[in-house]
Design a protein around this ligand. Sequence first.
Ligand SMILES: Nc1ncnc2c1ncn2[C@@H]1O[C@H](COP(=O)(O)OP(=O)(O)OP(=O)(O)O)[C@@H](O)[C@H]1O
Ligand SMILES: [Mg+2]
Length: 483
Amino acid sequence: MTLRRRLVLSIVALVVAVSAVIGAGSILALASIQRSAIDQQLQYATSRAQRSVEQQQGGGSPGIDIGRPSGQAAGTLTVYFLNGDVAVGTVLDNDGAVDRIGTDVVRPLGGVTVDGLAHTVDLGGDLGRYRVTAVSLGTAVLVVGLPMAPVYESVWKLLGVVLVVTVLALLVASLVAAVVVRRSLRPLERVAETASAVARMPLERSDALDGVRVPDTDPRTEVGRVGTAFNRMLGHIGNAMQARERSEQKVRQFVADASHELRTPLASVRGYAELTRRMGGDLPPDVVYAMGRIESESLRMTSMVEDLLLLARLDEGREVQFAEVDLTGLVFDAVNDAHAASPAHEIAVEVPDEPVVVPGDAARLHQVIVNLVTNARTHTPDGTRITVGLAPAAGGVDLTVRDDGQGIDPEFLPKLFERFARADSSRSRSAGSTGLGLAIVDAVVQAHGGTVSVASVPGDTVFTVHLPSTRPVVPADVVAATA
Ligand SMILES: Nc1ncnc2c1ncn2[C@@H]1O[C@H](COP(=O)(O)OP(=O)(O)OP(=O)(O)O)[C@@H](O)[C@H]1O
Ligand SMILES: [Mg+2]
């Protein structure tokens, strides 16, 4: 349940409870006040009736007319018992007329204790409940009663009023509570919105959090304190990200500088080795062999250093110059080179008739195709069939390099695009592989705003590069556009 709903429900429940207590208290008080009033009147009515009967007894009249006393209220019940049996029972109706009541109806009143106190008796029928008092007059007993109906009537009326007022109070309370609670919780909602916005953000760049702040920071309110703490936390995260970015930047810079610096001495080593080999007629064969190894290893190291330098530059977001690139042409170039390098492989091309053009860096995309095709021919046995395809796909172009070689170990697949990742280290290393080829493919494709994926089962390995038909929006462009 939301906090808002819980608060509103609590307030409404409180109003109901308070109304119930007040209502019940009022009703009980009213009932008791009314009953005291009736008892008081009953006392007067009894004295009046008693006096009247005593006068008649004294006057020696043959019958007793108990309906006679004046001043009795409508509904007053008078019963005269003589020798324990009902002599006469009357009730005053609303018009002031004296009505006789059947002896059966009033016989239960013979059981009322003759003590001059008020008792409640249910007479049933039209009469209902009565407060009655019995007094003895020699051998006779006089019972006088007043109806309880008015008490019940006012109690019912009050109950109705209490219910109506409670319902109204409930409506007003829930409306007011909803508005007040909503208004008080709005700052909290803003904090929650900011928090979930931050949670959705890709926090890759340190400036991602710039300007993301909660507006409610009044330290006098609870929500304001939460907002202040939240903003401070965002600041800390931003700083931590900046620090991480700086150290990553340093590492990249170091790799780039180191690779760059290594190129010159490597070129010298290679040059001297080649020179020595050329004039090697009178050198012992094992020295010639050693010089050949130096030359080939320095070549391998040169290409590794070039790859590292390229990766470092791609990481920095440099090294990609966009222009219209004819992918079809690049595919044919790469396949022709592969034919020449591996005549034992069967290499086919499946491209549309019209040239496929995407925005990109021709040299880098050429490298992507070459790396994929080289993998397909160097990591598979002779006779493997390789198919390079180009096809339009949603929002761009799909370049696929498929081979029917032995496939890639499924356990190795998730690490395939990592740097220096090689599935079969011993064999590949002898073949001069470094494990940087697919890392470069991944970095170049990402720099083009595309994606690369692989699916491999024995007999069918497909690398799919998706390149978008529009240039990716790089942060530098965003800054330039908004400036
Ligand atoms: N088509 C393929 N068939 C089988 N295995 C493959 C294929 N493509 C890549 N692999 C495996 O993935 C590994 C990583 O490939 P990647 O191109 O990154 O490095 P590499 O080819 O070993 O070295 P480099 O390309 O840097 O010279 C390879 O060592 C190989 O084990
Ligand atoms: Mg490779």
